[in-house]
Design a protein around this ligand. Structure first.
Ligand code: NAI
Length: 324
């Protein structure tokens, strides 16, 4: 059986070859779109930048199993996979705390004006001009999507004496926050953290209409998926001062920003890529390159669960199966 691992990080290749020595392992640092076509591939293991749609599946007639090395599955056309009998497994819980830590980092950075301070220090200046920040104590953090990441974030925010409210269509018992309706969360939040998956309900959830309901000067943090925010609306709101700052680990169409990515096709893609570059340069925005998961410990857990997912599929009892 031939298996292709895309988006490999340092150390992945040696580990996967050793752990799966009965398979013919092929690895690439690039995405699926950048990989050579190979009709013999039976198993694919990808990360979030490899979109797997019908075209990709058509090009891989032997494909039987997709082991995504991510929690999110929005990059995979699950319906088409199901129609073709392709099983999909994910890594459901490798790092709620890891991603929450990064979310907190972004909250700290925007609230304390870190991007502007670093820029100033980078020019050799040791100057407070324009750098006044805000305290956390007594402020409200609104978390959209109270899953593993949202729950860990709530606990951390409590440690800063913040009031924490959350919205989730499937609320669970979580000690460290109060569930509220979405409109209430928008109205109350000084910091808005998007920790939800990308799905039909969350695509462009933060657009002009939601932004109009937010507290003036709110800080918007996104570690979920880029397309949860309508970037055009966010940029307008930053320029108008309605949004005070943004911390973004994920961007719309971020795969087009990766090293070696193809050129944008058409006006829409070109406009989003240009807008992303403006966001990256904005004084009140911190952008990190989809790295909230990227710690040594989380990578280790992702690898372990992925090997287990593949081994279990091969033995006929797949685990962590994602249902459409
Ligand atoms: P999870 O599955 O534990 O939690 C997701 C929560 O979002 C669930 O409670 C679900 O009910 C809720 N949700 C679903 N639809 C919603 C909606 N319309 N509005 C509000 N909430 C909604 O997943 P986890 O581990 O907390 O991860 C959440 C997302 O974070 C992932 O789907 C992925 O997109 C993103 N992520 C980003 C990473 C990064 O490196 N930036 C790393 C890992 C995950």
């Amino acid at each position: 059986m031939r298996i292709l691992f895309t988006e490999c990080k340092e150390g992945d290749e040696a580990l996967f070859r050793a752990a799966l020595d009965s398979l013919e392992v092929i690895t690439t640092n690039g995405t699926l779109a950048e990989a050579d076509e190979d009709a013999a591939i039976g198993i694919l293991s990808v990360m979030a930048h490899s979109h797997i749609g019908t075209d990709g599946m058509d090009a891989l007639p032997s494909l039987r199993f997709i082991a995504t090395r991510s929690t999110g599955v929005d990059h995979i056309d699950l319906e088409s996979a199901r129609d073709r009998g392709i099983v999909v497994s994910n890594v459901p819980s490798y790092g709620g705390r890891t991603v929450a830590e990064h979310t907190m980092l972004l909250i700290l950075a925007v609230a304390k004006n870190l991007p502007a301070a670093l820029k100033c220090a980078g020019t050799g200046k040791f100057d407070l001009s324009g750098l006044v920040g805000v305290d956390f104590a007594g402020k409200t953090l609104g978390i959209v999507g109270v899953g593993q990441i949202g729950e860990c974030l709530a606990t951390m925010a409590n440690g800063f004496d913040m009031e924490v409210v959350g919205y989730d269509p499937e609320p669970r018992d979580v000690l460290d926050l109060t569930y509220v309706e979405l409109a209430d969360l928008y109205r109350r939040s000084d910091f808005l953290a998007l920790c939800c998956p990308l799905n039909d309900a969350t695509r462009h959830m933060i657009g002009r209409s939601a932004i109009a309901q937010l507290k003036p000067g709110v800080f918007v943090i996104n570690t979920g998926r880029g397309a949860v925010i309508d970037s055009v609306a966010l940029y307008e709101a930053l320029e108008a001062g309605n949004v005070g700052g943004a911390g973004l680990d994920v961007l719309e169409m971020e795969h087009l920003l990766r090293p070696g990515a193809r050129e944008p096709v058409g006006e829409k893609e070109a406009a989003i890529v240009a807008l992303n570059k403006s966001l990256m340069l904005h004084q009140r925005v911190v952008v990190t390159p989809h790295m909230a998961f990227y710690t040594a410990e989380a990578l280790e857990r992702i690898r372990e669960v992925t090997v287990e997912n593949i081994t279990r599929f091969l033995s006929g009892s797949p685990t962590n199966v994602v249902h459409n």
